[in-house]
Each structure stands twice: as structure tokens, then as C-alpha cells.
Design a protein. Structure first.
Length: 107
């Protein structure tokens, strides 16, 4: 049984669809840098990447203390990411699985 995705229901707008379509057309890491530097502030991009690193470390069974020291993330952020890993929509797992399978694009 699929989890109910209430956030997606709340986020699903034409504007968000357009953003996701734009992201999906990016071809490589260089294009990602070009696009995201225009779309996001430096702090927004760092926040997104920090959460992703926190998720990676949580999956590796690192402690909150180790994660906080390495990433600079607050325990509140680590806890929020942990909640997403355990009770979210499996988005992190989907991406990590694809990256482990080597289906991610590197340049």
C-alpha cells in the first residue's frame, strides 16, 4: 500500500511542475551548478545539500553527534531528516538506491 503523500498534494501546482520539468531537463552536474546558482541562494543550496548529507550519514548509522560535527547541522535538522527517512515518502531511499546502482550522472 502506497503512503499518502500529503505534501505532494499541497505542493502540486503548475509552477512546481514547471520547476521539476526544468530540473529533469538538466544533463549533467555542470548544468545543475549553472541552473541552481541562478534559482537558489547560496544558503538555500547549502541547506539542501546539508540535508542530503545528513540523510546519507543517517543511513550509514552515524550518530547525531558525528553528523552534527561533520555537517554543521543542528540536532533539529538531523531529527527532521531522520523522520523523513523513517516515515516519509521514500524519496531519499529511491535516490540513494539509484546512486548505489551507478545510475547517477557524474561528470
Amino acid at each position: 500500500m502506497k503512503k499518502e503523500n500529503t505534501m505532494s498534494k499541497n505542493l502540486k501546482t503548475e509552477a512546481v511542475d514547471h520547476l521539476f520539468d526544468a530540473i529533469l531537463c538538466l544533463k549533467d552536474r555542470a548544468e545543475c551548478y549553472t541552473f541552481f546558482e541562478d534559482v537558489c541562494t547560496v544558503n538555500e543550496l547549502f541547506s539542501l545539500s546539508q540535508r542530503f548529507e545528513v540523510a546519507k550519514m543517517l543511513r550509514e548509522q552515524k550518530t547525531y553527534l558525528d553528523i552534527a560535527e561533520k555537517t554543521g547541522a543542528s540536532t533539529a535538522t538531523i531529527s527532521r531528516v531522520n523522520r523523513s527517512l523513517n516515515y516519509g515518502n521514500d524519496g531519499y531511499d529511491m535516490v540513494f538506491s539509484r546512486m548505489e546502482d551507478g545510475s547517477d550522472k557524474e561528470d
